[in-house]
Write a protein that binds this ligand. Structure first.
Ligand code: ZN
Ligand code: ZN
Ligand code: ZN
Ligand code: ZN
Ligand code: ZN
Ligand code: ZN
Ligand code: ZN
Length: 1752
């Protein structure tokens, strides 16, 4: 059936391909009714091309469509072959100076913070790099798709609108020139025809709703095939869709994933193809399955012809988009066609039709036509305007559609508003001509219909649907913001009228918010249900910027401002009349003043936090002052209508509410209220909430008698009684035994005083005080930095942003702060300049309570450090603007003085009253403010002015009868000596000093004489007291210091516990020179030559090793026969040294690891934290961990950071991830090294004997095998070498416990290294142990070499311990393995260098890593040697083995040497070494039959050889050092000259390595010949294969670009390798090999060991044997992965100019590579610490454990 279909399709295709585009075009040119002709053509061919089967075949469809359908159209359009026509058009075109590049998802975009008109103006990367803005302050983001480059749009940029490329095009083009003049007339006509027909066809078919007919087309094919079409929605999840599809259409999971992915991407996908019933059946299953909780998935059964025409319709739109790219003239024609009104009048143009049908179209179709709009209508200046008008006229309808649509806004036509409204000229035009402002606001109001009886918004009990709608409605506020974002420079009368009309609508909106969500204090019971509050605040928050912008607009035109002020006042009065009814008038009187007000208690009646109308009026009032309108046109303003008590009433209530909440009076109202208060003060809202309430109070006070104001305030705070009744306070505290109430009142008094401080002191907004905007920002920054030094991003968060997302910080920060660069961790910090500390105001109104106390502490500490007194007096303040000037009088008003006096009185008689120190502190602050004020008045006194501010005089006067209280001044003097007010003394002293200064000032200005002497004496005596006081304080300070020291050491202990790792490292750094307990500490004899191996090996007495168990704290000596001590260790497979990451991993069950290939493609690394335990203590600990974990998993079913089932645990001391333990052993060789006799054999003799022994062993083994099968004659023929006793069985010298640990660690190495099940009997166990030892040494040698550190003396002791234990373990392991197996390994290993007949087919010397070979040979040799009683020492064997392998390595190096003779300067020395190596090389040439490259320079060869062999020698030095315990000579513990010679000497090698060959010429020539005759060597020399050459270069992580946007760009060009050109959502870069991956996505999941894993995890298995380091490009985040369950995120190595990373790319500051941080990551990798790092991160942050890392 499938084959039939296939062939049928091919037949059709063939006939289609015979069509001639040219002929058809000619027919069309002659046609009378072109539309009919074209439609007939389409009706016939489209269904033949599209939708021929269940699955789309895009390539075939595209090819055929181009040939049969589009080809003729192009011929028709051009009137000739389009291959010539289009290039001609392109040439004739005067291209646009607009870039207009439409952004792909994830593409980097740039905005200039200095020049962009608003943040939505962006450039593509190419334009940005060619623009002036790259030198400016720019911001970088990744596009979410849609939107286009604004390069060339003069309205978008204040400066530099063109990049270099687009500037070229601007030369002569007049903006208004008609692009049609560049087109031939006949072409214009044809373009109209064909565009009109095709555009109409596409629009008709896409908006077609009937099922069995087509618009204007015949249904040619009657074969009724249908599709079951599944549509996208944003309600159902991927999983739901996949599950449902599997059920409904019987597909595999993979197919279902494919369908779901396409549906998600394109918006629809056919899931079944066949007859109607067949499809309908699937439809009903899907609907049934998905309709349970939500509305069902949208499915439709569609006729295949309709689907076919729709597919082609989309193709046509894309085609139109590309055709108009050739010529601006064609583009204009298309615009005209699109906007031409049809016969049905309004909204009948094709563009209108599409727009209005938008919400019914599927995602893919929307994308296509939106793109077409962007590349046509929005690129043509004339039509952009016409389109904007259409868009604005349909605005209401489009938004309503969007509200009902469930697609995200980015897929809605409504989202085009950003492209239109942000163009200043268009926005202005739409406001004046289309009344856009009003339209937007009205539309918004229409969608928020839920109101209470007073007509206010009500969000209580919002349903999910309403909430969803509410979220959508918010985008309208965004539109309003766009419209307002660019402010007019000129006002026409029209603009004024329309703006004010919009302002009216806006006031209506605010009116609905004024007083919304009212609350009443809950007494008795706690509220039952937290009331809804978030919606109202969301609305407020979103509107904040719009409210500010409205004010900005008003500030620009005096007429507008005056009108707006009037309108706002009217609306406010309307609001008030609504909710002040029924409140009784009362009269308050105090200190001879009285005022009428109403009875109202915040604690008993309704109160609301939402007062946007009041606050807008407050804002406008400040503008009256700022713009000086208040002084210029007072007669035009309704100032006389203002009723100050009415203005302040509601803001005051709101502030009292905050105070009462703070005093704990609203506890029963729950968290919603606490949250509201929080947001009221929060930086996101405060500008149009809290700040404006303060302004309104300031406005009120400045217009009324301050005494009246204060009485009303006392009354609202419910404190009036306390202060108006003499002695009430005393009565109150004695009568009231309820401590809570006393506490409550105290807090309220404190809060009220704080409020007065704010009213008087907050004058840093332009218009209130005589300041400018930068003063305001500076002050904010100063106060933030007074708390502590802060990073740039922290400061940004603490400052309010304007509509352009700017805080204005950069322009002033340098003046008030110094920048400190970050180190390897942490971030750069700004520190307050010392001279700015004097501006610090303890009662700064934007401090939270916590910030205030932190700032106070920090500032006092600073003063103490500078040896100043610790008073924090109020700073000098700027003067008020005239409109607010009178409000300072509040400080010297009678009621204020009465309040101050009363509180001071309480403090003086401190026992009788309930008062608090905070209260006093605030009163002192207020007095300080008053004094500062008076001082400034006096200092700025001009001739004609009289100082009316006479605070000093007033506080000097004692109270009048009847109370006869002492003066405020007198009370201060009393308090100065009060012992209970220690903390405030400095402040009181400051006040008295300032008081005296003012007196002097007054005298000099000769105003009024005051008794001076008194004050002087007072000051004198106070100075004496001062001294005594200081001494006493010093003593107190000393005692306190001691106490602190004691506390510190306690804390330090805690700290160590909490930061073990950190501490560990520091200790290690200190320790490296004098390593731990068990290192050789015997004095190194400097003169003696130290030799690490061989018969000449330096004898050192191994000191007793006593170590302590971290678990039981018991000490024990490390001995052969005692209980085992172990080190926690972590074994992992590693590819860090790999030179071949593409190697296919062999089947672990069959793999023979005996020979390591020199590409080191996969090794086994062992690391340790160096912590020692008893083996049995560890066993017990591990069993406990295991048991606990099992219980936990049963209970919670969560992962931990370690996998107990795989033997993982955390080191009990440092929590380092471990998976086994290494036993600690005494030097193992001593046990088997028998005394050496004189006369040791030379290499040749030794090899001969050894070969005999090997032969004997092999014979015996064969014999052994044979004996089983019945033959046993050869036994007698065997001639054993002298002293060789193969039947000898060695007694294992180790204790049972050590033997057990040898097996444990050996098995663990085997299991992890080969990824197999543990099997301690497997003969490969010892091989893996030797391999791990060799590999670990190689990695450490590489790290040291890369860091240019000497070989010895710089290893941290944990590595030193680890290497020693590992080496000794590997050397001892053979004692627990099968002797014959180890002997067998040795024989095979040896045979690779010394061939014998038995071992054929071994790797050639090019394919053996010589260091691995050396370690394996040396460590397996004892297995043979232990049976050798001939008197040859083990050391002799070691030496000969080492020499043999070294020589093989030399040959290996020479064979693979890539020495180039030319180029390099060479010295003409012809030293001994050079001559010798040249001779050797010549011999090699002979042996290889002259296949070797000819080299005549001994100098080059020797240099090359030395460099090539160095890593091997260094590794060998480490190996023998740890094996034999000979200390390293001091020369190789430092970097210095002659390292090579020192190494050779330590390793018992001649400096001239080639001497080895000469000394052993006899046997070596034979060996070399045999090595060279290997066929693989021949193939290599013939260039038929590759081989590793030496020295191997160290592996590094990939190079990263300096500029992060390069990576973003690279990632945006990357498409998912599996889903055909789709952009990947989470492109992720492997930092090890540089591969880009499509992470965290269904499309690229693969199966690994039976589980679905994401692309990253899959990649780690090939690239890093389970471990991976990635950079998530979109997130700017490093990802570490290990295995399937472990992972963590790590800070990226990219920093902005402020020394901060930007994880998630939220801030968008330019990012640059920090090389040091990248090196740090690289080091983690090279040290194999990634897994450990993940472990620590997961332990520190448990949420990381829950992430499904394997899906990344
Ligand atoms: Zn561009
Ligand atoms: Zn450009
Ligand atoms: Zn710029
Ligand atoms: Zn112990
Ligand atoms: Zn540890
Ligand atoms: Zn993918
Ligand atoms: Zn990789």
């Amino acid at each position: 059936m499938a084959a039939d279909l296939e062939s049928e399709v091919q037949a059709i295709d063939k006939s289609l391909l015979e069509c001639s585009a040219e002929e058809i075009a000619v027919k069309w040119l002659q046609a009378n009714d072109l539309q009919k002709e074209v439609y007939q053509h389409l009706a016939y061919y489209v269904p033949k091309i599209y939708c021929r089967g269940p699955n789309p075949a895009p390539q075939r469809e595209d090819m055929l469509a181009q040939h049969v359908l589009l080809g003729p159209m192009e011929w028709y359009l051009c009137g000739e072959d389009p291959a010539f026509g289009f290039p001609k058009l392109e040439q004739a075109n005067k291209p646009s100076h607009l870039c207009g590049r439409v952004f792909k998802v994830g593409e980097p975009t740039y905005s200039c913070r200095d020049c962009a008109v608003d943040p939505t103006c962006v450039l593509c990367m190419e334009c940005f790099l060619g623009s002036i803005h790259r030198e400016h302050r720019y911001r970088m983001t990744t596009s979410g798709g849609g939107g286009f480059c604004d390069c060339g749009d003069t309205e978008a940029w204040k400066e530099g609108p063109y990049c270099q490329k687009h500037e070229l095009n601007t030369s002569e083009t007049a903006e208004e020139e008609d692009p049609l003049v560049h087109l031939p007339e006949d072409m214009v006509a044809r373009a109209y025809n064909i565009f009109a027909i095709t555009f109409k066809y596409a629009v008709d078919i896409l908006t077609w709703e009937k099922e069995n007919e087509l618009p204007g087309l015949e249904m040619i094919e009657k074969s009724d095939t249908y599709y079951c079409m599944l549509f996208n929605d944003e309600v159902h999840t991927y999983e739901q869709v996949i599950y449902t599809l599997q059920k409904a259409v019987n597909c595999t999971q993979k197919e279902a994933i494919g369908f779901a992915t396409t549906v998600d991407r394109d918006g629809r996908r056919s899931v079944r193809y066949g007859d109607f019933q067949y499809c309908d059946q699937a439809k009903s299953v899907i609907v049934r399955n998905t309709s349970r909780q939500t509305k069902p998935l949208k499915v439709q059964v569609m006729h295949s012809s309709i689907v076919a025409h729709q597919s082609f319709g989309l193709k046509l739109l894309t085609w139109l988009g590309s055709v108009i790219g050739y010529s601006d003239g064609l583009r204009r024609i298309l615009c005209q066609v699109g906007l031409q009104e049809g016969p049905d009048g309004e909204n009948s143009s094709l563009v209108d039709k599409l727009m209005l049908y938008d919400s019914k179209l599927w995602k893919g179709a929307r994308n296509v036509y939106h793109q077409l709009f962007m590349s046509s209508l929005l690129m043509d200046l004339k039509y952009k305007k016409l389109f904007a008008i259409r868009f604005a006229r349909n605005y209401e309808r489009l938004q309503s559609d969007f509200m009902k649509d469930d697609h995200d806004r980015e897929f809605s036509i409504a989202d085009l508003s950003i492209q239109i409204f942000t163009v200043p000229s268009l926005a202005r035009m739409l406001i004046t001509e289309e009344n856009l402002m009003t339209t937007i606001i009205k539309t918004f109001m229409d969608h928020l219909r839920h109101r209470d009886i007073q007509g206010r918004f009500q969000f209580e009990r919002y349903t999910a649907l309403q909430a969803f709608k509410f979220r959508r409605v918010q985008s309208l506020i965004l539109d309003l913001k766009y419209v307002l974002i660019s402010k007019p420079t000129e006002w026409s009368d029209d603009l004024r009228r329309k703006f004010l009309e919009g302002f009216d609508a806006f006031l209506e909106l605010l009116k609905c918010m004024q007083g919304m969500d009212p609350i009443t204090r809950q007494v008795g019971q706690h509220i039952e249900m937290e009331p809804e509050w978030e919606a109202a605040f969301t609305l407020q928050m979103k509107l904040t910027l719009v409210i500010s912008m409205m004010q900005d607009w008003c500030a620009l035109d005096e007429k507008v401002l005056i009108e707006a002020y009037k309108k706002c006042l009217t609306v406010l009065m309307q609001c008030h009349s609504g909710f002040t009814d029924g409140e009784q008038p009362i009269v308050l009187s105090m200190c001879g003043h009285s005022v009428e007000t109403i009875r109202y208690c915040v604690s008993q009646e309704k109160v609301s936090i939402h007062l946007p109308v009041s606050r807008l009026l407050a804002g406008l009032h400040v503008l009256l002052s700022k713009t000086e309108v208040a002084y210029k046109f007072p007669e035009l303003l309704p100032l006389s209508e203002l009723s100050p008590p009415m203005l302040i009433e509601h803001p005051l209530r709101c502030l009292v509410l905050c105070a009462q909440v703070h005093a704990g009076m609203w506890r029963r109202n729950g968290f919603s209220l606490v949250n509201q208060i929080y947001y009221y003060h929060n930086v996101k809202c405060r500008r149009e909430m809290f700040d404006k309430d303060i302004v309104m109070l300031q406005t009120g006070v400045s217009m009324m008698d301050p005494n009246h104001f204060l009485m009303i305030m006392l009354s609202r705070f419910e404190l009036y009684q306390i202060f108006s009744t003499p002695d009430y306070g005393k009565r109150f505290s004695t009568e009231n035994t309820n401590k809570d109430v006393v506490q409550q009142n105290n807090t309220l008094i404190e809060e009220m005083l704080y409020l007065i401080i704010m009213i008087v002191g907050e004058r840093f907004s332009p218009g209130i005080g005589q300041v400018n905007t930068t003063d305001e920002i500076k002050r904010e920054i100063i106060h933030q930095l007074s708390i502590r030094p802060m990073a740039h991003s922290e400061l940004v968060k603490a400052l309010p942003e304007d509509e352009n997302r700017e805080t204005g910080m950069e322009s002033v920060i340098e003046e008030v702060a110094c920048f400190k660069k970050p180190g390897l961790t942490g971030r750069g910090l700004y520190e307050l300049k010392p001279e700015c500390a004097k501006n610090f105001n303890l009662y700064f109104y934007h401090f939270s309570r916590a910030e205030q106390s932190k700032a106070e502490e920090a500032q006092r500490k600073l003063k103490r450090q500078n040896r100043e007194d610790t008073a924090l007096p109020p700073p000098a303040l700027p003067p008020f603007c005239p409109l607010f000037a009178s409000l300072v009088n509040i400080l010297q008003s009678d009621v204020m003085l009465c309040i101050m006096g009363t509180i001071l009185q309480w403090a003086v008689e401190h026992n009788g009253y309930a008062w608090s120190e905070s209260m006093l502190q605030r009163v002192l602050h207020l007095i300080g403010m008053a004094l500062q004020e008076e001082k400034q008045h006096l200092e700025n006194l001009s001739e004609e002015n009289v100082v009316t501010f006479t605070f000093t005089q007033k506080i000097s006067k004692p109270g009048e009868a009847p109370s006869n209280s002492p003066s405020i001044l007198a009370m201060l003097e009393t308090l100065q000596n009060a012992p209970h007010l220690e903390v405030h003394k400095d402040m009181i002293r400051w006040i008295l000093k300032t008081f005296n200064t003012i007196k002097k000032l007054r005298e000099s200005s000769s105003s009024s004489p005051v008794a001076e002497t008194e004050g002087n004496i007072m000051e004198e005596s106070s100075r004496d007291k001062d001294k005594a006081e200081r001494k006493r304080k010093a003593e107190i300070a000393r005692l306190r210091r001691e106490k602190i020291m004691a506390q510190m050491s306690e804390m330090q202990r805690h700290f160590i516990n909490e930061n073990k790792e950190l501490f560990q490292q520091t200790l290690e750094e200190l320790d490296t020179s004098a390593s731990g307990v068990h290192e050789n500490s015997c004095p190194v004899i400097l003169d003696a030559k130290l030799t690490a191996l061989g018969p000449e090996q330096t004898r050192v007495a191994e000191p007793r090793q006593v170590v302590m168990c971290i678990l039981c704290q018991e000490e024990q000596e490390v001995k052969v026969d005692s209980r085992a001590m172990v080190l926690a260790a972590f074994i992992q497979r590693s590819t860090v040294l790999s030179k071949n990451r593409n190697k296919i991993t062999p089947d672990p069950e069959k793999y023979d690891p005996l020979f390591m290939h020199p590409d080191l493609s996969c090794g086994t690394h062992t690391g340790s934290c160096g912590h020692i335990m008893h083996a049995h203590c560890w066993q017990r600990y591990f069993d406990a961990v295991q048991a606990k974990e099992q219980r936990r998993q049963q209970r919670l079913r969560v992962h931990t950071s370690y996998d107990v089932e795989n033997g993982e645990f955390l080191c009990p001391l440092c929590e380092c991830l471990s998976n086994t333990v290494i036993p600690l052993l005494p030097p193992p060789r001593v046990l088997f090294n028998r005394l050496d006799f004189s006369g040791q054999p030379n290499l040749t003799q030794w090899i001969k004997t050894l070969s005999q022994q090997v032969q004997a062993i092999q014979l015996l083994r064969n014999e052994h095998c044979a004996s089983h099968s019945g033959h046993s004659e050869k036994m007698d023929q065997l001639q054993l070498p002298e002293g060789f006793r193969p039947d000898f069985k060695l007694k294992n010298p180790y204790s049972e416990s050590i033997k057990e640990m040898l097996t444990t660690f050996g098995t663990a190495t085997y299991k992890v290294g080969l990824k197999v099940h543990p099997n301690e009997e497997d003969p490969r166990v010892p091989i893996m142990c030797w391999g791990s030892c060799a590999y670990t040494i190689q990695t450490i040698e590489r790290i040291l070499a890369d860091e240019d550190k000497p070989l010895f003396g710089h290893l941290p002791c944990r590595q030193d311990d680890c290497l020693m234990s590992l080496t000794r373990f590997a050397a001892a392991h053979w004692t627990v393995s099968s002797l014959s197996a180890v002997q067998g390994h040795f024989c095979t290993l040896l045979a690779s260098l010394v061939p014998n007949e038995k071992n054929g087919n071994l790797p050639c010397i090019l394919d053996i890593d010589m260091f691995h070979l050396l370690v394996s040979l040396v460590l397996s040799f004892p297995a043979i040697h232990c049976q050798d009683f001939s008197g040859v020492s083990l050391g002799t064997g070691d030496l000969h083995l080492f020499h043999l392998v070294t020589m093989a390595h030399i040959i290996q190096i020479l064979l693979t040497s890539s020495t180039e003779e030319n180029g390099m300067d060479q010295e003409n020395t012809n030293s001994e070494e050079e001559v010798a190596v040249l001779t050797l090389y010549k011999f090699l040439c002979q042996c290889t039959g002259s296949a070797l490259k000819e080299i005549s320079s001994g100098w080059h060869l020797w240099r090359n050889l030395k460099a090539g062999i160095m890593p091997f020698l260094r590794c060998s030095a480490l190996f023998f050092h740890y094996l034999n315990g000979v200390p390293a000579p001091s020369e190789i513990q430092v970097n210095g000259a002659n390292q090579f010679e020192h190494l050779c000497s330590y390793l018992s090698l001649p400096n001239n390595l080639t001497c080895l060959f000469q000394e052993n010429g006899e046997i070596l020539n034979t060996l070399i010949e045999s090595w060279c005759s290997n066929s693989e060597v021949k193939r290599y020399l013939e260039g038929k294969r590759h081989a590793i050459s030496y020295a191997r270069e160290s592996n590094k992580l990939i190079d990263l670009p300096d500029d992060y946007s390069c990576l973003i760009n690279q990632a945006s060009n990357f498409s998912c390798p599996k889903s055909g050109g789709d952009k990947s959502r989470a492109p992720t870069l492997c930092l090890v090999c540089g591969t880009m991956l499509c992470s965290q996505s269904y499309c690229c999941q693969t199966e690994l060991e039976g589980e679905d894993v994401g692309a990253c995890t899959a990649h780690t298995y090939t690239c890093g044997s389970g471990v991976g380091i990635f950079l998530r490009v979109r997130e700017c985040q490093v990802l570490f992965l290990a295995g399937k369950t472990k992972g963590c995120f790590y800070p990226p190595p990219y920093l902005d100019d402020y020394g901060e990373t930007d994880q998630g790319l939220r801030r968008g500051n330019p990012l640059h590579l920090c090389k040091e941080r990248f090196k740090k990551i690289q080091k983690l990798w090279q040290q194999h610490s990634i897994t450990e790092e993940i472990g620590h991160a997961q332990e520190a942050n448990q949420t990381l454990v829950g992430i499904d890392w394997q899906h990344l």
